[in-house]
Design a protein. Structure first.
Length: 317
């Protein structure tokens, strides 16, 4: 494909072209999971018994929302990277407003349906102003439009774990560059735990995570006019002990040639070959504090869940 032709591609098509053209491991960025169906499937995952991460995240926010409000007072707005439906954020908004005022809430997400849910579910307690963008572009918009006092930025659900570990320091520095002195950053992160528990969280017995993973191929079919046979691929979750991450793959069960019309290209997948779709890195508390200081934040405090090792770390600019 010529340089001119590549320049005409959508970001999704360009990521598919680059990810499938690799000589070694083929990859797709996990941000493309979250079309409307993918967002709905992920919401279902958060209710599964094997997936304790979201419940731990929610417990900590519920139990420590008043502490968070005290430590960050007097913020004038809350923004959230990858808000989803904003279900867990209600605790934060209620505690920070304390029934006396409505905070501005800027949910940042690529999913229209998720942002609509935010408006529907949280409009009674906050002034919801959605931003349909990816994380950093959305935060750039919030930074341009902000006025008033300090901002509290939320990055919940251990979404930081989906970033390549070597890219996390630069990502956090990019966030720091868009914030002002006195702003706060609340980071949720999943901690290392026993292997069986971690794998089952990404390979549930009902197959919801498998459907979520395969949905990215359906999306390529629909949006890029491809002909993936979803029955030729299987979901696989594996623990990479060296890099402390769960990896999600789509394993090709038989040789397949896939035409992606939007790229005017055929891709051959060998039996046993995989498409690596997501990494979910797991952390230690000390590692997170080191990330904070290296990016220009001061760690304020952290809260750890007793049932499922998960942490909410509060940092200040």
């Amino acid at each position: 494909m010529s340089a001119f032709a590549r320049a005409q591609l959508t970001p999704f098509a360009l990521d598919v072209a680059q990810g499938f053209a690799l000589c070694g491991q083929r990859k797709l960025p996990p941000r493309w999971f979250y079309d409307d169906l993918g967002s709905a499937l992920f919401e279902a995952i958060t209710y599964l018994p094997e997936y304790g991460l979201t419940r731990a995240d929610e417990r900590l926010l519920r139990e420590h929302a008043s502490d968070l409000a005290f430590l960050t007072h007097p913020i004038s707005a809350v923004a959230e990277l990858g808000s989803g439906s904003g279900r867990k954020t209600r605790f934060v908004l209620q505690a920070a407003s304390d029934g006396r005022r409505q905070l501005v809430y800027r949910p940042i997400d690529v999913s229209v349906s998720a942002l609509s849910l935010c408006e529907k579910e949280l409009g009674d307690i906050s002034d919801v102003r959605p931003v349909r963008e990816d994380w950093l572009h959305g935060l750039e918009q919030v930074a341009r439009e902000r006025n008033g006092g300090p901002l509290l930025l939320l990055f919940l659900g251990s979404s930081v774990g989906n970033i390549d570990r070597e890219s996390i320091p630069d990502f956090l520095k990019s966030i720091r560059a868009l914030l002002l002195p006195g702003d706060f950053f609340l980071l949720g992160a999943d901690l290392v735990k026993d292997t069986a528990t971690m794998i089952s969280a990404y390979n549930d017995s009902l197959g919801v995570t498998a459907a979520f993973n395969l949905n990215i191929l359906r999306r390529i079919n629909q949006e890029l006019s491809a002909n993936f046979d979803l029955r030729a691929f299987e979901h696989d979750a594996r623990w990479n002990a060296r890099d402390r991450r769960i990896e999600m793959h789509l394993v090709c069960c038989r040789e397949a040639t896939v035409r992606v019309q939007a790229l005017d290209t055929d891709f051959v997948f060998r039996a046993g070959e995989t498409i690596w779709t997501e990494s979910s890195h797991k952390f230690t508390g000390q590692e997170l504090s080191d990330y904070a200081r290296a990016a220009g934040f001061d760690p304020v405090t952290s809260w750890t869940d007793a049932e499922w090792p998960f942490v909410e770390a509060l940092w200040r600019v």
